[in-house]
Design a protein around this ligand. Structure first.
Ligand code: NAD
Length: 421
């Protein structure tokens, strides 16, 4: 019997995961969610670029078998619900998926579809690479010095959703409990939220960040925390992070405090920074940082601030990764104002596709797309969001921007020769 209620998986092989290692066939089935609002525009553009890059890089040897799955408004039309079980089944079944932005349904009983998706699939690491593309307008004098990857914990912290409004019975009960048990008095008109952070949640996030630095040969991992004040949550995050490095990656890492001229050469340096100081460091000495690992709330603030330094969210890709599945997604929303106008910048989703290709080991195709985007922007052919800030730019539509990327990629393959992964 099919696992699916209303759809069936296309022919092709599945990506599988065993002991954290991915096995990727040459024609993997990869589910995609088109998304709401501008989703169809940017997905069409992204798919065209991804398929072209894979074909240029590998000829007929590799190809993605796309598998449409549904969430958001399209799902509501097909299934009468915004996040059907079929969608979760497909992502679990195929291990890797990509999605466009989803409009948060109003009154649908969801905090957000994205949050639900992350919780259901336990996608505990939110990964946001932030780098500058030459030519993209930025408020910084040297935006090219920013080249970092943020690992944000996705499941704990004040985002756990454990909170009670002021004057509610829940808040009153909590206050009574605190008074009776610990003799702690709060103002009677307080709202209350809980900030849980566990060793399990912190360690698995830092483990992934260190492994990423090893795989990508990056020089450091920085734990960003507010442990000077929040000792048993954020301070513990720092301590658990150092413990993972020392206990599980002893040969590959060294704590910054132990580094001297001789010891530590070639090892990944584990640093820690207090969150507010880290915001200054990102502005003043961004070149000193590569991988950053941080709890949920710090990561929320930090990823958007970092993206703004290099030209905004339209260019920022993202991924949500767990032990069973990885979902790659544009970091911006569904911008309903621009839906169906073939107008917006598809780079965020295309670059999320680049992350996906790297995740499955198809690096030749990923590198090709990055070069194609770089060349399109340097040539000044850009969508409205960049064109309005760049002198002498040629304004192109969303689909035309994708065509430009493909054209530049083809120019890098004059005889259509094939690279190998
Ligand atoms: P938004 O990111 O959709 O849009 C804000 C503004 O950013 C737009 O009006 C536009 O000016 C600009 N923008 C966004 N994407 C762009 C692109 N690709 N190219 C050029 N300009 C772009 O944020 P919003 O208006 O607050 O949210 C709209 C809906 O999206 C809401 O329902 C929200 O809940 C949802 N949302 C979804 C996600 C997600 O799926 N990951 C993320 C954020 C918001």
């Amino acid at each position: 019997m099919s696992k699916y209620r209303k759809m069936s998986r296309p022919l092709g092989d599945k990506i599988s995961i065993a002991d954290g290692e991915l096995t990727v066939p040459d024609q993997p089935v990869i589910p995609f969610i088109e998304g709401d609002g501008i989703g169809p525009d940017i997905w069409t553009a992204a798919r065209r670029v991804l398929d072209a890059a894979v074909e240029l890089a590998y000829g007929r040897a590799k190809r993605i078998q796309w598998f449409e799955i549904f969430a958001g408004e399209k799902a509501f039309h097909q299934y009468g619900e915004y996040l059907p079980d079929d969608t979760l089944t497909a992502i679990r079944d195929c291990s890797v998926a990509i999605k466009g932005p989803l409009t948060t349904p109003i009154g649908g009983g969801f905090r957000s579809l994205n949050v639900t998706l992350r919780q259901e699939l336990d996608l505990y690491a939110c990964i946001r690479p932030v780098r500058h593309f030459p030519g993209v307008p930025s408020p910084m004098l040297h935006p090219e010095k920013v080249d970092i990857v943020i690992f944000r914990e996705n499941t704990e912290d004040v985002y756990a959703g454990i909170e009670w409004p002021a004057f509610s019975p829940g808040a009153k009960q909590m206050m009574d409990f605190l008074k009776q048990t610990f003799d702690i008095s709060l103002r009677s008109d307080s709202g209350i939220g809980i900030k849980p952070m566990s060793a399990t949640g912190s360690k698995r996030l830092v483990r992934r960040a260190i492994q990423y630095a090893i795989d990508e040969r990056l020089p450091s991992v920085t734990l960003v925390h507010k442990g000077n004040i929040l000792k048993y949550t954020e301070g513990a995050f720092r301590d658990w992070g150092y413990a993972v490095a020392q206990q599980e990656f002893e040969d590959d890492t060294i704590a910054e405090r132990e580094v001297d001229a001789q010891v530590g050469a070639g090892k990944i340096i584990i640093k820690d920074r207090i969150a507010d100081a880290m915001f200054q460091q990102l502005l003043l000495r961004p070149e000193d940082y590569s991988v950053l690992a941080m709890p949920n709330l710090n990561g929320d603030y930090f990823s958007d601030a970092a993206a703004a330094q290099v030209g905004g969210l339209g260019m920022a890709p993202g991924a949500n990764i767990g032990d069973e599945a990885a979902v790659f997604e544009a970091t911006h929303g569904s911008a309903p104002r621009y839906a169906g106008q073939d107008k917006v910048n598809p780079s965020s989703l295309i670059l999320s596709g680049v992350m996906m290709l790297r995740h499955i080991g198809w690096r030749a195709a990923a590198d090709l797309i990055v070069k194609g985007i770089e060349k399109s922007i340097v040539a000044g052919t850009v969508t409205y969001d960049l064109a309005r800030q760049m002198q002498g730019a040629k304004l192109v539509k969303c689909s035309e921007f994708a065509n430009e990327i493909v054209r530049h990629m083809k120019l890098m393959f004059p005889e259509n020769r094939h690279a190998h992964s």
